[in-house]
Design a protein around this ligand. Structure first.
Ligand code: AMP
Length: 215
């Protein structure tokens, strides 16, 4: 099974992808995570991408498609792929078709998480994660049970993404509207898109996604 999770920043793609990984043993291919790892490791790709990411703009199609190619090459044929944050442009959608063919895979579903943009700004600017295990938290919606201590692993170190500030979030949304939303008709024409209310409760969104996978 190969699926794309589409939706603006903060729609819940990463959260839902992590659940699919835990439940079905699929692999999450998040170009955002790959780029952040490259920035941290100061690789040539990371050095090139950092400023672009900090502004909330899109990194070049060639860079992200090469990252996806490498990941697909490293995966067993029977491990399902969840594309999270990729493709984000028409050129990436075309590249993905070519990469799927190259790696003998077929796209089964495109799931679009529909959300209210104003609510997203609050969602994104309040989010933070455990620096040790990656568990996600939120200033308003999900504080750790004991202040300053991760519920899951007990770590006291937390981190915020540098691009989760309001100005950058607005740019990321503009990029989504201008460059990513227009690729949906390509997949609509193939009859593989399902739209899900991404403002619903996290468990409800997961259930809706499970129904799509079972269909
Ligand atoms: P994300 O974690 O998906 O929100 O991505 C964080 C940032 O990484 C984005 O704002 C872009 O700067 C960059 N990025 C991630 N995925 C892509 C992609 N498929 N194409 C271009 N830039 C990307």
């Amino acid at each position: 099974m190969n699926i794309i999770l589409l939706g603006p920043p903060g729609a819940g793609k990463g959260t839902q992808a992590a659940r699919l990984v835990a439940k079905h043993g699929m692999r999450q291919l998040s170009t955002g995570d790959m780029l952040r790892a490259a920035v941290k490791a100061q690789t040539p790709v990371g050095l090139e991408a950092k400023a672009v990411m900090d502004r909330g703009e899109l990194v070049s199609d060639a860079i992200v498609s090469a990252l996806i190619d490498e990941e697909l090459a490293s995966m067993g044929a029977d491990t399902g792929a969840i594309f999270d944050g990729y493709p984000r442009t028409g050129a990436q959608a075309e590249a993905l078709d070519a990469l799927l063919a190259k790696h003998s895979r077929k796209l089964d579903h495109v799931i679009e998480l529909e959300v209210n943009e104003d609510a997203l700004v609050e969602r994104i600017t309040g989010r933070f994660t455990c620096a040790n295990c990656g568990e996600g938290y939120h200033d308003t919606f999900k504080q750790p049970k004991a202040e300053g201590v991760c519920d899951k692993c007990g770590s006291t170190e937390f981190k915020r993404r540098p691009d989760d500030n309001e100005e950058t979030v607005r740019t990321r949304m503009t990029e989504y509207r201008a460059k990513t939303a227009p690729i949906l008709p390509i997949y609509d024409a193939r009859g593989i898109v399902t739209r899900i209310d991404g403002m619903a409760d996290i468990d409800e969104v997961s259930e809706s996604i499970e129904r799509v996978l079972a269909s």
